[in-house]
Design a protein around this ligand. Sequence first.
Ligand SMILES: *[C@@H]1O[C@H](CO)[C@@H](O)[C@H](O)[C@H]1NC(C)=O
Ligand SMILES: *[C@@H]1O[C@H](CO)[C@@H](O)[C@H](O)[C@H]1NC(C)=O
Ligand SMILES: *[C@@H]1O[C@H](CO)[C@@H](O)[C@H](O)[C@H]1NC(C)=O
Length: 306
Amino acid sequence: QNTEPHTEPHVDVHTAAHTKFQWEAPGPYHVAYPRNYIFTLDEPDACREEDPFLVLIVPVAAKNLLARGAIRRTWGNESLVLGKTVRLFFLLGLPSGKGSERLQADVEKEREEHRDLLQSNFLDSYRNLTIKTMMMLEWVASRCRNASYAMKVDSDVFLNVQNLVKMLLDPKTPRQDYITGMMTRHSVVVRNPNSKWYMPVDVYPDATYPPYPLGMGYVFSTDLPQKLVDVSRRIRPLYIEDVHIAMCLKQLGIVPTDPPSRSLFKAYMPSRFNRCHYAAVITTILDGPARLLQYWSDLQKPAPPC
Ligand SMILES: *[C@@H]1O[C@H](CO)[C@@H](O)[C@H](O)[C@H]1NC(C)=O
Ligand SMILES: *[C@@H]1O[C@H](CO)[C@@H](O)[C@H](O)[C@H]1NC(C)=O
Ligand SMILES: *[C@@H]1O[C@H](CO)[C@@H](O)[C@H](O)[C@H]1NC(C)=O
């Protein structure tokens, strides 16, 4: 059933002329993008001043302070890796519901302390994740285009920044039109209306999606964000964030790159702590901030090579 609030249609004057897709008010399986969202918290000069090689952006809800704290104390604190500057930002939407004013005040204090928060003026929710991703891309395109690479990392991911930078510095790694991660191909479109990933035939008619890296963590060259933002304004936005990226890439004629080894991007947590699992990957998923802190301290202990 349609439980989405009605949103006023809006057509960006700069893109309307060459728009193939007519913007429609979002139904339950559409999202409100493009629209004139803005950044209410920004770090406009961070990239210009620090000149990072790699920018990491973690989309996270305002209330998830524990995840931000754990990341800052672990992989997010690695600012110089193999001689390259790495900069971390968290990307927030607006909190909603009870206690949201108090939460917003806390966010602003946290921002003064850490200078790593970006916030845009849409309501944070699962169905708005595509908006979050597109705002991330708009931000990288306008604020950090001199960085070589950027990565979207979910807040429950363990990131091995050393292995990531090593992969990016490899001469075989493309510098343009590059996006990689845990690749999925011929992913079957979910037609079960009870599923979190339900996609109606009238919104997306094909049986499978084009190839794309899973949303938990994908890395891209910084020429891509502007191209994705531009093309996104000409296609129907899908609410499944990584599938939306897949559609943009397809429209651009850009094929995502396979990582040098499939074992670099993983999405599971071994049932027992296995040091060598974490030493070998770029991404893997953890079951919460406490686990990240625990495993991180285990990984800092001296141990034989894997
Ligand atoms: C990128 O680098 C150029 C040349 O060094 C500089 O003029 C420009 O301000 C930089 N842009 C950003 C967004 O940092
Ligand atoms: C981050 O790393 C630096 C050393 O590079 C260390 O001095 C600092 O205590 C660390 N910060 C946190 C929050 O762990
Ligand atoms: C997405 O964000 C817009 C803008 O804040 C809001 O109007 C809409 O209700 C949000 N949608 C959901 C499903 O949260």
